[in-house]
Design a protein around this ligand. Structure first.
Ligand code: SAH
Ligand code: SF4
Length: 388
C-alpha cells in the first residue's frame, strides 16, 4: 500500500501571531488557549527576551510537539535593522524598518556603567511642535508593542550580549525617540511592562522614562497602568509662548498639565519621585534671564528636576541653538532658585543621533526609505538579528 503524499499545511508568516510584544499575562492567555500550562509563557519569555532566541526549535525546555505547534502558528518577529551607525563617542544609532517600509530610529547612549536607549513610539507625530523634526514629518502610524519592545531586543542583540557575557547592554530606557507615547497608549504600556518585567528586561521602573508633551487625558489615566518615571516637555514658562511652540498647549494648558503630572506622582508608592521638566532652549525664543525667572516662579514648590536641552538644529528648522553663555545664564537663575538642573550634553552629533535629529530631513528620509525598499542603502546594511 502506498502512503498518500503528506500534505503539510503551513500558516503564512503574516497570519502568525507575533509573541515578541506580548506581555506576561497576554502570553499566559495564549498558552492557556492552546491547552498548555500557564508556566510555558515564562519559559518562552526567557528564551525571547533573556537569551534573544527566536527559533522555537531551539527552545529545548519545551516538548517537541509544542515547539512544532508554535513554529506553525507563531513567530518572534522583531523589526529589521536597516542601518546601524556608530558615533565616535560610543553612541550607536539604528534606523529600524517597520512594516510598510517606514523607518524609525533608536539610539543607545553609553555613559560610564550606564547605557540609555532612546526608543520611538510612533512613525512621525501629529502634535507638530514647531522645533521638532519628527513633528515636521507628520503622523504616519502607531508602532505595535512588538515594534517598540523590538527596539530594545535589537539593541541588546546587536552587541552579541548573550554570547560575550558583556553584562547589561541597556540599563535605562527613555521614550524620547520619534512620536508621542501617550497617543499610542496601549502599545506603549505593554512595551513598558515588558521593559520592567523580570522575565523580560527587568529594568527598575525608575529607569524607564515616558516623556510627553502633554496629552493630559491619557496622562490622567497612566497611573492605573504604569509606574515608570515621567518627563514633561514644557519648553515655555507661560501659556502664551507654549501655545505657539507646543500646539497641544492650546487644548491642555500648563496648569492642567502640571496638575495631571503631579497627580501621577501622588499615585506612586515611592513618594520621593519627581517629574523631570524638559526645556528645549531656543535662541531668542525662550532662553532669556527673565524667562528663566518666570520658569522658576512657575515651578516653585513643584516636585521636579529640570533638564535643559540646547536646541539641536536640523535643516530649515527656523531656530537656533543658544550660545553656551545663554545656556549657563539660564541654568544659573534656576540653580540659584534652588532647583536641580541638568543640561543635556549633545551626544552622537556626528551621526545625527542627537535629540530632535532622529529623523533627519524629511525628504532625505523618504529617499532613504525608498532605497531601503529597493534593497539598497548607502550605509551599512545589517540584516535582521538572528537567534542566538
Ligand atoms: N513626544 C514626546 C517624546 C519625544 S521628543 C515629547 O515631546 O515629550 C523628546 C524630547 O526632545 C522632548 O522634550 C522634545 O521636546 C525634545 N525635542 C524635540 N525636538 C528637539 C530639538 N530639535 N532639539 C532639542 N530637543 C528637542
Ligand atoms: Fe511630537 Fe514630541 Fe516632536 Fe512634539 S516634540 S512633535 S510631541 S515628538
Amino acid at each position: 500500500m502506498t502512503e498518500p503524499d503528506q500534505i503539510i499545511v503551513t500558516t503564512p508568516a503574516s497570519s502568525r501571531v507575533n509573541l515578541l510584544g506580548m506581555t506576561r499575562s497576554q502570553l499566559e492567555d495564549f498558552f492557556l488557549d492552546l491547552g498548555e500550562k500557564r508556566f510555558r509563557s515564562q519559559q518562552v519569555m526567557k528564551w525571547i527576551h533573556h537569551r534573544g532566541v527566536r527559533d522555537f526549535a531551539l527552545m529545548t525546555d519545551l516538548s517537541q510537539p509544542l515547539r512544532a505547534r508554535l513554529a506553525e502558528i507563531a513567530d518572534v518577529l522583531p523589526p529589521e535593522i536597516a542601518e546601524q551607525h556608530d558615533s565616535r563617542d560610543g553612541t550607536r544609532k539604528w534606523a529600524i524598518a517597520v512594516e510598510g517600509g517606514s523607518l524609525v530610529e533608536a539610539v543607545l547612549i553609553p555613559e560610564g556603567d550606564r547605557a540609555t536607549l532612546c526608543v520611538s513610539s510612533q512613525v512621525g507625530c501629529s502634535l507638530d511642535c514647531t522645533f521638532c523634526s519628527t513633528g515636521k514629518q507628520g503622523f504616519q502610524r502607531d508602532l505595535t508593542a512588538a515594534e517598540i519592545i523590538g527596539q530594545v531586543w535589537l539593541a541588546i542583540n546587536s552587541y552579541d550580549a548573550w554570547q560575550s557575557g558583556k553584562g547589561r547592554v541597556v540599563t535605562n530606557v527613555v521614550m524620547m525617540g520619534m512620536g508621542e507615547p501617550l497617543l499610542n497608549f496601549d502599545n506603549v504600556v505593554s512595551a513598558m511592562s515588558l521593559m520592567c518585567d523580570d522575565l523580560a528586561y527587568g529594568l527598575s521602573k525608575r529607569k524607564v522614562t515616558l516623556s510627553t508633551s502633554g496629552v493630559v487625558p491619557n496622562l490622567d489615566r497612566l497611573a492605573e497602568w504604569a509606574d515608570v518615571s515621567l518627563a514633561v516637555s514644557l519648553h515655555a514658562p507661560n501659556d502664551a509662548l507654549r501655545d505657539q511652540i507646543v500646539p497641544i498647549n492650546r487644548k491642555y494648558p500648563i496648569a492642567r498639565l502640571l496638575a495631571s503630572a503631579k497627580a501621577y506622582l501622588d499615585a506612586q508608592t515611592d513618594k520621593k519621585r519627581v517629574v523631570t521638566i524638559e526645556y528645549t532652549l531656543l535662541a531668542g525664543v525662550n532662553d532669556s534671564v527673565d524667562q528663566a525667572k518666570e520658569l522658576a516662579a512657575l515651578l516653585q514648590d513643584y516636585p521636579c528636576k529640570i533638564n535643559l536641552i540646547p536646541f539641536n538644529d536640523f535643516p530649515n528648522s527656523g531656530y537656533k541653538r543658544p550660545s553656551g553663555n545663554a545656556v549657563s545664564r539660564f541654568w544659573q537663575v534656576l540653580t540659584d532658585a534652588g532647583f536641580v538642573v541638568t543640561v543635556r550634553t549633545t551626544r552622537g552629533d556626528d551621526i545625527d543621533a542627537a535629540c530632535g535629529q532622529l529623523v533627519g530631513e524629511v525628504v532625505d528620509r523618504t529617499r532613504r526609505s525608498e532605497r531601503h525598499r529597493a534593497g539598497r542603502s548607502d550605509h551599512t546594511l545589517v540584516g535582521s538579528s538572528e537567534a542566538r
